[in-house]
Design a protein around this ligand. Sequence first.
Ligand SMILES: Nc1nc2c(c(=O)[nH]1)N[C@H]1C(S)=C(S)[C@@H](COP(=O)(O)OP(=O)(O)OC[C@H]3O[C@@H](n4cnc5c(N)ncnc54)[C@H](O)[C@@H]3O)O[C@H]1N2
Ligand code: MOO
Length: 419
Amino acid sequence: MTLLPVDEALERILDGVKALPGEMVPIEEADGRVLATPLSAMRTQPPFDASAMDGYAVRAADVETPREVRLRVIGESAAGNRFHGAVGAGEAVRIFTGAPVPEGADTVLIQENADLQDDGSIEATSTVASGRHIRRAGLDFVEGDVVLEQGRRLGPAGVGLAAAAGHAMLSVTERPLVAIIATGDELVRPGEACGPDQIVASNGFAIGALGKSEGARILDLGIVGDDSAAITAAVQRAVAAGAHVLVTLGGASVGARDLVRQALLDAGMSLDFWKIAMRPGKPLMFGRLEHRNSRNPNSTSRPDTTGTMRVLGLPGNPVSSLVCAHLFLRPLVARLGQRSHTPDLRAAVLASALRENDDRRDYIRASVASGPEGLIATPFSLQDSSMLTTLAAANALIVREPGAPAAEPGSRCRVLMLA
Ligand SMILES: Nc1nc2c(c(=O)[nH]1)N[C@H]1C(S)=C(S)[C@@H](COP(=O)(O)OP(=O)(O)OC[C@H]3O[C@@H](n4cnc5c(N)ncnc54)[C@H](O)[C@@H]3O)O[C@H]1N2
Ligand code: MOO
């Protein structure tokens, strides 16, 4: 059987995905959100010529001969309380950082360069050029400037800038809702008593973390056993919640207990593909479930906006699961959130030999470091797809095309950096 190539699988997953609409959120909740529209400044910053230092607003011409003139201090300009008046020849105004520079003054003499006299006047101990220590009005931005582009994910600096630009509410894209169902009789939650044949379910946490880092909300539907009815019930909960994406974990392969695909088909999913040409992650499944067909009429959740829930059936093996999520879930969540995800692919040279590849594109856990002539990729010797220790130790995956010939140390390769 010819397996579907990875790039084609991604195209099919992203095909027809529409970005979710925007919603307004208060600035306090904007961290991590994606701007749905360009953000224009509602004000100018600074709104006036402002002093950048504590000192005296003076005329540069008055301090050309340090120590020879005394300037009369005629008032004070503080941040929030400007000096109402003008600085004339031979005059100075005490000024503080952030305060408006009074009319007539064209520079700021920092206080370290001013000797305060007993009579309250000052003597300059240094010259100062016209315009020094003054932040001109609009230095940062001017009212109407687009200060942040549409599609920008807000971090601390972006949130600060949006606030400075006067926005109390921001138009951001709705966060995609990703529902996650772990399947398998062997699974227990971390911290729960683990029977002799059981293991801890870890994939949901890893996939949830990845989804969140890409801006998704996560609906953790927990663990369901290898039981068709239970799987179907969990799928219906995802539908009722209006999830944009459903991720199932495990039960994707060919075993008699791999029931997930059939349960999804029974729930109305149209299967797009199952099994792709990659390692790890061959049993990846993708389909679509229309909300309107299966929506629970009693649901109080908000209506789904796309009409379609995309279903990603990830393999159970933890490394397969997370590598597939990197390759397919991240771009899907990004696209729903009005952004594009560009994989960080780089050129490197191999530190050790690799065998020839078969018909699946290989993603080999590796550590990548910079060397004298660029990046050096060291593949780990153990690549079993159950081993999370090696995935956690890897900062990159070496990408090998199907049919790639054996490679010697020093030969070129491509690496996908793991952020
Ligand atoms: N005869 C064949 N057997 C298998 C094939 C095949 O082509 N023919 N493919 C193998 C490949 S490749 C993979 S990958 C796995 C994937 O199988 P499933 O998706 O059905 O996964 P499970 O059998 O449910 O579990 C596999 C493994 O992962 C553990 N697991 C499952 N869920 C979790 C979880 N949430 N957290 C942590 N670990 C989990 C599970 O206990 C198993 O050990 O199939 C191969 N078999
Ligand atoms: O694809 Mo499986 O993910 O090789 O272990």
